[in-house]
Design a protein around this ligand. Structure first.
Ligand code: G16
Length: 565
């Protein structure tokens, strides 16, 4: 078949989106991410790749999310979503990078043709692309670039712009669109809200008052109001939307909800701020909402795929309840339900973490006989490792994570005939949890509801949740270096292989402090390297950390092959 006309249309449209000459783009931890104004050509090329990817799956929907999540407002980015709602398969990241770096429309068309040929994809076949954007000022322009690429294909590419929404909702819509059973849920934002709200209600409202249900008090009144820092991002919209579906069952106190004010997105607020600074966002502190020791607060990030909790111990001292604490809370609760469902021989619960997981959390999980896997940073890595468990709880310490229930687990739950009311309830609660928790990707809203469900069922305050184990004091900083690409890691990013010699210095530094652990890795979303350190005491972590920071500073000023390393 002659596709000359299609190639001409692509080339003509691509002329409006020239690649900036001085930039080399790379598909990082979560897609392409850099200043929004540099990205139109990249987004155009992603449009072509999304169509190829969909054709590869016989027309199943592929997702494109325009967002830079936790990054500053001037940045933007794009992530591709595979048919099951997962992140793009890694082997395709290289293809995305090739297309993004084509210097001219002619080169782009040539690279696109070659890719189609190499992958044996019929470029005339039908395709389907679902897309959305967050609230960044650069997003509308970038969506136009995407639409220009998709329009070049004419009618055989079906498009579905779901508008301004969160990353996890886009993932949900992709998964639901491709679900052939019709059981996953309606493939719309509204469908997501309805499904999540229904599962939440099942888990919170006891069906028969006065029973010894997990919700021991029987029919509950509303939960305590929950302050939610929305990072001045799109999470504010989905939270407001969700609130309408659950009435007063969980009253939210949304904070940082300014979507039209310049410069405020993720600024001095949001999950990343709280996790790295280990303090309340000033706006949350000023609200006074956390001043009571029984209160807890939550922060989303800019696209609402990360969640961090916190409270003030004694109404005063800040305590962080991060991704590790959420993983522990979820894994133990689910583990207890599996036991009550009498399914421990059929369903194994496991936890997946990264090198950033606090050493105490890993020790605590293992002490409860729950297996733990460690992977490289990036949801794509954790997600795949979690699929190896029947119920895989994965969380990065930064609050990005979810709980995956395998198809076999769901089938087992559905076919088990309960022999007691308690077993029956445990099974029903496990099924409802699999519906509450986003099965495609980390989701701040649904994870927050999971936390609230567990706290309600356990009858716990934030302090009781926190009591399980004590975090080792830790520090996490960004260090700007001239070229982060000289940093290479191994062993799930826990060790550096380059610059040569740097790892030995880190090892030496941590040996000197009790329970010392530190690592350095290049960020895949920002132009920096990240330095993490933990130790038994705060002063020890500072000394270990200062050393590690110093070493990366040395790397910055020392050429790769320097004999001093
Ligand atoms: C993204 C990824 C996360 C990762 C984070 C930081 O989060 O989805 O898995 O932990 O970036 O990655 P890095 O340390 O490589 O910069 P988000 O919320 O920004 O999409």
């Amino acid at each position: 078949v002659d596709h000359t006309q299609l190639f001409d249309r692509i080339a003509a449209a691509a002329k409006n989106y020239p690649k900036p000459a001085d930039v080399k783009f790379g598909y990082g931890t979560a897609g392409f991410r850099t200043l929004g104004k540099r990205l139109p050509s990249v987004i155009f090329s992603v449009g072509l790749l999304a169509v190829l990817r969909s054709q590869r799956f016989h027309g199943k929907a592929i997702g494109v999310m325009v967002t830079a999540s936790h990054n500053p407002e001037a940045d933007n980015g794009v992530k591709l979503v595979d048919p099951a709602g997962e992140m793009l398969e890694q082997s395709w990241e290289a293809y995305a990078t090739t297309l993004a770096n084509c210097a001219s429309p002619a080169e782009l068309v040539e690279a696109y043709k070659q890719l189609a040929q190499q992958l044996h994809i019929n470029i005339g076949a039908p395709a389907s692309v679902v897309y959305a954007a967050d609230t960044r000022p650069s997003s509308p322009e970038l969506i136009k670039a995407l639409e220009a690429a998709l329009a070049a294909f004419g009618d055989h590419v079906k498009t579905n712009n779901i508008g301004v929404t969160t990353t996890p909702i886009l993932h949900y819509v992709v998964k639901a669109t491709n679900d052939t059973t019709g059981e996953y849920g309606e493939p719309t934002i509204e469908g997501y809200q309805k499904k999540t709200a229904a599962a939440f209600k099942t888990l919170i409202v006891s069906t028969s008052p006065g029973t010894t249900d997990l919700t021991e008090q029987g029919n509950r009144g509303p939960l305590k109001p929950l302050p939610v820092d929305c990072a001045n991002g799109v999470g504010a919209l989905s939270l407001a939307d969700f609130a309408k579906h659950i009435g007063d069952l969980l009253p939210f106190k949304p904070l940082n909800t300014q979507l039209n004010k310049e410069g405020v997105l993720n600024y001095q607020c949001g999950a990343d701020y709280v996790k790295t600074k280990q303090q309340l966002p000033p706006s949350v502190a000023e609200s006074g909402l956390l001043n009571h020791p029984d209160n807890r607060g939550a922060s989303f990030d800019g696209d609402a795929d990360r969640l961090i909790y916190y409270y003030l111990k004694g109404g005063k001292s800040f305590r962080l309840l991060d991704g590790d604490k959420i993983a522990v809370l979820a894994a133990l609760f689910i583990g207890d339900l599996v036991t009550r469902a009498k399914l421990t021989d059929k369903i194994q619960v496991g936890v997946v973490q990264t090198a950033y997981a606090n050493g105490s959390s890993t020790k605590f999980i293992k002490s409860r006989n729950i297996p733990v896997t460690c992977t490289a940073t990036g949801v794509k890595h954790l997600h795949h490792a979690a699929l190896n468990y029947d119920i895989g709880v994965y969380f990065e310490a930064n609050g990005h994570g979810t709980v995956l229930f395998s198809d076999d687990t769901i089938a087992t739950l559905k076919k088990t005939e309960p022999e007691s009311p308690d077993q029956d309830r445990a099974i029903k609660h496990l099924i409802a949890l699999s519906e509450l928790i986003n099965q495609a990707v980390g989701d701040a809203l649904s994870d927050m509801l999971l936390v609230e469900v567990v706290l309600a069922h356990r009858g716990w305050s934030a302090e009781e949740w926190d009591a399980g184990y004590e975090d080792l004091p830790n520090r996490l900083v960004k260090v700007e270096v001239p070229d982060r690409h000289i940093f290479h890691t191994t062993d799930a990013e826990r060790k550096l292989t380059s610059p040569v010699g740097l790892q030995a210095r880190i090892d030496e530094a941590v040996l000197k402090v009790e329970q010392g652990r530190s690592f350095v890795r290049p960020s895949g979303t920002e132009d920096c390297v990240r330095v993490y350190a933990e130790a038994a005491t705060s002063s020890a972590v500072d000394s270990a950390h200062l050393r590690a920071e110093l070493e990366s500073y040395l790397a910055k000023v020392t050429p790769l092959s320097s004999p001093s390393f």
